[in-house]
Design a protein around this ligand. Sequence first.
Ligand code: ADP
Length: 160
Amino acid sequence: MKTVVFPGSFDPLTLGHLDLIKRAAALSDNLIILILENKDKKCIFSAAERKAMIEKCLKGINNATVDIYDGLIVDYMKANNITAAIRGIRNSIDLDYESQWTAFNQKLYNGFESIYLLAKGEYSYLSSSGVRQLGAFGGDISKMVPDEIKEDVKNKLLNI
Ligand code: ADP
């Protein structure tokens, strides 16, 4: 499978995201992890901070890179000749949301394809918002984010 994009907020990257990145990289020739600047969503970590943190976790994954885009995913994909986007499904709430997300993007981009990977059981409870809440109260996030970034995440969340 050629170039695929994995779009998301990654605010911050979790072990669930990283598992998806590894699995998607193994399925594709070239994986672009795309941080989307979402006007509806106020993020805690800047896009540059999120990019730097993801890059710290990519050692050994040689066909993955990180990019930032302030716009519609379909416009990024059209501009870069990419037709497939990877997303994750943790539960039926994700499934509902993602079905609509795919249908919406298919309306905007003829040929848009989404590829869904089911979250591993051990990560199906895990979300960036859970990490943000826990970390802001000084809770232990070390089993939720990759080792490479746990100090960065902890320090930022304690100082917001
Ligand atoms: P968005 O704001 O676009 O939902 P997220 O960073 O929250 O961005 O999620 C990006 C993608 O990763 C989504 O498809 C989401 O379902 C998936 N995802 C999030 N957490 C996990 C997890 N623990 N396991 C597998 N997939 C996940």
